[in-house]
Design a protein around this ligand. Structure first.
Ligand code: AMP
Ligand code: MG
Length: 477
């Protein structure tokens, strides 16, 4: 069957003009074997009706979707990588394939990973390993279940090539992934246009990118103009980024590579490389083996996001006075704290009281997580909906003791469950929380690598979705 009636193509990126992208030619793969098809995500954009052959034609051979981009576009961008400015970035192994409206009328992007080389590939092969694809499926499913605004994995095909990688036993298997994201406008997309070596006329291009971003992603700012528009735009990005960071911290998620090209203006979590979930709250936890100084360690994420926002603000300087851009930046910490309180309450499954008490509860929860070294997900599972009976049955019950626990318990006593449905869900009378720690990811991968057995991956996705239903935090893109 073709696309559903609810499918609305809208390739607005073309209105930016060709200084923002390069036409890309998709790689031709020797084999195309479907390994994952996300019909839940597909249904949000009217693609769930595609038959197997159509799915393969669009998401493995990249034949254009009806009414969409006639050819894929490798997007241009720069960015700070580990604090160092790199003007040689850009989509080097992926491209923007299509833009579609979701059922709320919002414009979403279909982007790819592993579709072959582009003008921005440098020395890379433009490919994605199958293991990388599997890891991205797991990350996006888990983060979605935990209520993080994440890109969603729409499709993964295995593609029958042999790849060589320093961080996987090689040769290793290849894949191609399609992701559904809110936007692919990165901080680095703005940085490129403000770069010192930019050609004349790039201030005009910067303005065009800002207007496009407002028009599509922050349409309620359309009535603004001049400096006000620029400052209010930055203000929105600061809020979205503070919120995203609070979502990561309360999901125990360490992204691993928080470069400015891996952050979008819409505050999407995306681009899953060496990420890990923390087993226990540990500010010094480092996800990426190549992050030798621990720059992007778990506890540094809030500060890093702030720093990255500073780089975005710098890129906006040709459009507005520096002093005016300082105000939204200065509000970051307060917004982060507010979002952290909000999210901590959500994760504890309790309703809000007042900002002061909510903030105190969040601080007490993290102080306890830190001092007790309790399992990160175990904590939120045991305490969900402030249920006393679950605490007493928990294998971690001995940890619920001491002064930090008393502080937290006293505050929690003031709170009521958000809804009774949450507390009564069968998930919470089960053995324990669904987690996604590195050993389990490796064992899911081993089954695929050793026996071509995808059942553990499928079972894990099923379990994560079950947990997601119980938690009731899914917020979509
Ligand atoms: P990432 O670490 O995935 O955010 O990528 C950083 C930059 O390296 C981006 O410009 C990517 O497109 C590029 N890149 C990463 N892996 C490859 C690859 N295998 N082939 C070509 N370019 C790549
Ligand atoms: Mg990236």
């Amino acid at each position: 069957m073709p696309v559903a009636k609810t499918h609305v193509p809208d390739p607005r990126v073309l209105s930016l003009g060709d200084a923002f992208y390069d036409v890309a030619v998709p790689a031709r793969f020797p084999r195309r074997e479907l390994r994952y098809r996300n019909d839940r995500a597909a249904a949000d954009v009217g693609l769930e009706t595609l038959g197997p052959e159509e799915w393969e034609a669009h998401f493995a051979r990249f034949e254009p979707l009806p009414g969409n981009l006639p050819s894929p576009l490798a997007l241009r961008y720069h960015g700070h990588q580990f604090g160092v400015y790199n003007p040689e970035l850009g989509d080097g192994r992926g491209f923007l394939f299509a833009q579609v409206r979701d059922d709320n009328g919002r414009l979403l992007d279909l982007g790819t990973k592993g579709t072959g080389t582009t003008p921005w590939s440098r020395r890379g092969d433009g490919r994605l390993t199958l293991k990388g694809g599997v890891r991205e499926i797991l990350a996006t499913e888990m983060l979605e279940a935990l209520g993080v605004k994440t890109s969603r994995t729409l499709s993964l095909f295995e593609t029958g090539e042999q790849l060589w990688r320093g961080d996987e036993p090689s040769p290793t298997r290849s894949s191609v992934l399609v992701r559904l994201g809110h936007s692919h406008v990165r901080f680095g997309t703005f940085q490129r246009l403000a770069h010192a070596n930019a050609r004349k006329g790039d201030v005009e291009a910067l303005r065009r990118l800002l207007d496009y971003s407002v028009e599509i992603y922050f349409p309620d700012l359309k009535a603004t103009e001049g400096d006000e528009r620029v400052v209010r735009f930055l203000d929105r990005v600061v809020s979205a980024s503070a919120r995203l960071c609070a979502e990561w911290m309360t999901a125990g998620f360490c992204h691993g590579v928080l470069n400015t090209d891996n952050m979008t203006i819409t505050g999407d979590s995306f681009d899953y490389g060496p990420y890990r979930f923390v087993p226990t709250f540990d500010p010094d936890f480092v996800a990426a083996y190549f992050d030798e100084s621990g720059l992007y360690r778990f506890g540094a994420q809030p500060k890093t996001v702030h720093w990255n926002l500073g780089r975005l603000a710098e890129a906006l300087r040709p459009l507005a006075p520096t002093a005016a851009l300082g105000a939204p930046l200065a509000s970051y910490e307060d917004r982060y704290d507010e979002a952290l309180a909000d999210r901590t309450l959500e994760r504890l499954g309790v309703g809000s009281r007042d900002p002061d008490t909510d903030g105190a509860l969040a601080r007490a929860a993290f102080a306890f997580l830190d001092s007790s070294a309790i399992g990160f997900e175990r904590f939120f599972f045991d305490l969900h909906g402030a249920s006393e009976s679950r605490l007493s049955r928990s294998p971690a019950r001995d940890l619920y003791d001491g002064p930090r626990w008393t502080d937290l318990a006293d505050l929690l006593a003031l709170y009521a469950p958000r809804t009774s449905r949450d507390v009564d869900h069968p998930y919470f009378s089960g053995d324990g929380p669904t987690t996604l720690l590195i050993d389990e990811i490796e064992s899911i991968w081993s089954a695929i690598a050793a026996r071509d057995d995808f059942a553990p991956l499928e079972e894990k996705v099923r379990r994560i979705r079950e947990a997601g239903d119980a938690l009731g935090l899914r917020r979509g893109l």
